[in-house]
Design a protein around this ligand. Structure first.
Ligand code: ADP
Length: 581
């Protein structure tokens, strides 16, 4: 069979079409395999080749292995069909075949008679009839050959058209660049995945650590509070001072743990803010009211500079905004000078943001640490000054403000004072009823629940930790009007709930045997117990734990260490509820 010689001339129109298609392939590229397959097809369909192959170098070996191949839908001789099948499965050794030689020589090459070259000549198709030609081009990524392209005609060509070689070399060169980019992207994706994984383990570790630390802290702070409140004459004032030191150290440690937890939650994307319009004047007034004892004890004067300002609404998370402003005020007081002053105001910025300023007349921030104070644990000279702190307040504040779409910054002059600012988006004015709802809700969250001493409350506490149990028992004794039952595992707790019918169940989550969630489920399934309110008291402080507990049907979720005053408030709240029923 004689095959008609192809016309191997490439005109500018074919060239332009090929470049345009290659441009499309490269700009949409995400998978190397797809790129190769599409390239082979595009080249094969636009140039007079019958087979187009790509062999890839097997890493750390002397072999090329076929990666992909394209051939015309109907090969015009059996001989080239044989070649196609044979070359599909063969592993080509470096230097032993045309592609292998190209790999070794690192240059493109025109082979007039492919079938006569090793190892193809050993095959019958190499000897039969007239032969066929091929052009091979190595592909380089950063000076290293990663594979070889082979373009085969079904006929014997004397020479290659002068336009084809540069065209193919150019295309393969662009593919080399693309491979480099895809490899880099893959590296980045892998690095990102690793970082996400590491961050997840970090936050899981922190959660675990906080669990471990909160449990003993619960005992340290709780028992010191009980001793402080004790009227026992044996505990003289000096002794109480020691107890206060224990309590303060416990509180300090707790603050640090909470701030580290906050930071890790924010960084792992697990802390969510709930943005709503907030009456700024109202919230600042509440903050100022709450810091009166601190101002008094530190002898710092507060200069009112916002009462006369217009009412504005900003978009923020109320609780988190309060946390940030309180932190800035606490710093303004802490790093002030004796008889110094602080002031608080707000102003409208040009970009429709409201700037809240917290100004002090304190020591100022030395220039050399100004660039670092938003980094964790950076305390500058405060570290040796005896002023208490963790170096975590500003980093947490910065991340919280950014979560609320805001900005935080400062200006400071040493020995004159500092002014910290928070910029937050201004909200549109609210209708009257919305305003009130927001305000009442806030007041409700803050208000101390009045004690209802007449009502007796039956409480069941299911807890396996002896110290926690004793602590709650002591608080129950302080209240004086509570029937207290306890159980140290879930099953006993379920039994006690049925028999004693408590008004409230306090339930630990990490119980031996059946855990708190299962206990709750069983309580809810039983007609005798399904109406009893259940409050979770757990050392797990991650947002997911709290969300899961709320979803499961707990009335409230408190994290350990739980304050004595919080416990007393819970008791009073349920006494009030009982009185209403
Ligand atoms: P902390 O106060 O617990 O040390 P922060 O993160 O709140 O941690 O603050 C970091 C550091 O920035 C402080 O240790 C202090 O050196 C400096 N700083 C913050 N606020 C002020 C301020 N108003 N005046 C002077 N220095 C400040």
């Amino acid at each position: 069979m004689k095959v008609k010689t192809n016309n191997f001339v490439v005109n500018p129109e074919i060239e332009a079409r090929l470049y345009f298609k290659m441009f499309q392939i490269i700009s949409n590229a995400s998978q190397w395999k797809t790129v190769i397959e599409e390239t082979l097809k595009t080249i094969g369909e636009n140039l007079p080749w019958q087979i187009v192959s790509y062999w890839e170098a097997v890493p750390n070996s002397e072999f090329l292995k076929r990666h992909s191949q394209w051939q015309v839908s109907k090969l015009d001789s059996n001989r080239i069909l044989d070649f196609q099948i044979f070359s599909r499965d063969i592993e080509l050794k470096k230097n032993a075949t045309p592609p292998g030689e190209i790999w070794e020589e690192n240059r493109s090459r025109w082979t007039k008679d492919v079938a006569m070259s090793k190892p193809f000549c050993k095959k019958p198709f190499g000897i039969k009839e007239d032969s066929f030609s091929g052009y091979s081009v190595p592909i380089l990524v950063e000076d290293e050959i990663i594979g070889v392209f082979g373009f085969f005609s079904s006929t014997h060509q004397k020479r290659l058209d002068k336009n084809i070689a540069p065209l193919l070399v150019n295309i393969v060169g662009q593919l080399g660049q693309l491979k480099k980019r895809l490899d880099k992207e893959k590296e980045l994706i892998l690095a990102k995945e690793e970082a996400v994984k590491a961050n997840k383990s970090k936050s899981e570790f922190l959660c675990q650590m906080s669990h471990e630390l909160r449990t003993p802290l619960n005992a340290i702070i709780g028992f010191s509070q009980i001793l402080m409140k004790s009227k026992n004459p044996v505990l003289d004032s000096r002794f109480k001072l020691d107890v206060k030191t224990i309590m303060d150290s416990g509180q300090h440690l707790l603050l640090l743990i909470n701030e580290i937890l906050d930071l890790s939650r924010i960084e792992s994307g697990k802390l969510f803010v709930s943005i709503s319009p907030i009456d700024l004047k109202e919230i600042l007034s509440e903050i100022i009211l709450s810091i009166q004892p601190l101002l008094k004890s530190s002898n710092i004067i507060y200069i009112d500079s916002f009462s006369n300002l217009d009412q504005v609404f900003i978009l923020a998370d109320k609780i988190r905004l309060k946390q940030v402003v309180l932190n800035l005020i606490a710093n303004a007081i802490k790093y002030n000078v004796p008889k110094g002053s602080i002031s608080l105001n707000y102003e409208l910025q040009e970009d429709n943001y409201i700037r809240i300023n917290v100004k002090d007349t304190g020591t100022g921030i030395p220039k050399n640490i100004q660039g670092r104070i938003f980094d964790p644990f950076q305390r500058g000279e405060a570290e040796d000054s005896g002023i208490e702190g963790t170096g975590m307040g500003l980093p947490v504040s910065k991340r919280l403000v950014e979560l609320m779409d805001g900005d935080i910054g400062f200006s400071s002059v040493e020995n004159e004072g500092s002014c910290f600012f928070i910029d937050l988006p201004k909200a549109r004015e609210l209708a009257g009823d919305q305003k009130n709802r927001g305000c009442n809700q806030f007041l409700f969250e803050e208000k101390e629940i009045m004690s209802n001493q007449n009502e007796v409350l039956k409480i069941l506490y299911i807890e396996d930790n002896y110290i926690n149990l004793t602590l709650v028992q002591r608080v129950v004794e302080m209240d004086g009007r509570i029937d207290f039952y306890f159980a140290n595992d879930g099953n006993k707790g379920l039994e006690s709930a049925q028999v004693n019918k408590p008004d409230l169940i306090l339930l630990d989550i990490n119980l031996p045997g059946i855990n708190g969630f299962e206990v709750l489920k069983k309580l809810k399934e039983n007609q005798k117990t399904n109406r009893i309110p259940v409050v979770a008291i757990s050392a797990n402080a991650m947002v997911e734990d709290i969300d899961r507990a709320k979803e499961a049907g707990f009335e409230e979720y408190y994290t350990k260490p739980i304050k004595v005053s919080t416990l007393l408030n819970i008791f009073n709240q349920y006494k009030e509820l009982k009185a209403k029923i």
